[in-house]
Design a protein around this ligand. Structure first.
Ligand code: TDO
Length: 182
């Protein structure tokens, strides 16, 4: 696996190393030893999948607060997305900054978002499947969000965000979000 730290400290792009032959290929998707060697979470509590019908659909930006604060390992297992993480860590010099990567079925790239980040994505194709690993249990009482098209955040979504959930449309802007103490 190839680990590349993103511009937001502690967040990583994780690419598989494919071992191919005439049948296809094999690739490791998670390895506790390799994740530990990079100081990343090795203990996952929950695995989730989502399916999105239409291109341009935009979900997020979601996080959980302590005691349910969580790291996530995010992949796109069908189709392609523009994937975004936002640093909301209390005391981070990059609080409120975001970084984005294209995740797709073809590249099998994962994003590792440490505790204290918000996450969201926009589908670039129809019929998108996302797969997540979460380090904490789902806890509706500790869920939070940031408005994904907040001008202060200034995320350059490839398309005009569409098909947001009612919950996502009601999230506050960055200026009203309390920093997360991981
Ligand atoms: C995340 C989650 C949701 N749910 C429920 C809540 C709701 O009724 C339904 C759909 O939830 P949502 O609308 O939040 O689904 P969605 O907008 O796809 O939520 C996801 O968005 C992306 C951006 C993430 O980062 C994920 O961690 C997750 O928050 O599923 C669970 O039962 N367990 C879970 O672990």
């Amino acid at each position: 696996m190839i680990f590349t730290e993103l511009p937001l400290k502690g967040a990583f792009r994780v690419d598989p190393e494919r071992i191919g032959d005439e049948r296809g290929h094999f690739a490791r998707m998670f390895c506790a030893d390799e994740f530990a060697a990079h100081g990343l979470c090795t203990s996952w509590f929950q695995t989730n999948r989502s399916f999105t019908k239409k291109a341009g659909t935009t979900r997020g930006l979601h996080f959980q607060r302590p005691p349910a604060v969580e790291a996530k390992l995010i992949r796109c297992s069908r189709g392609a997305v523009f994937d975004v993480i936002v640093d909301l860590r209390a005391g981070s010099p990059k609080f409120g900054q975001w970084t984005a990567l294209e995740l797709s079925e073809a590249n099998a790239t994962a994003v590792y978002a440490p505790q204290g980040f918000a996450h969201g994505f926009q589908t670039l194709t129809d019929s998108v499947e996302m797969s997540y690993m979460h380090s904490a249990r789902y806890s509706p009482d500790h869920e939070g969000g940031v408005l994904l098209d907040d001008p202060e955040l200034g995320i350059s979504w490839p398309m005009k965000p569409s098909n947001q959930s009612a919950r996502d449309l009601a999230f506050p802007p960055l200026s009203s979000v309390e920093p997360i103490k991981p």
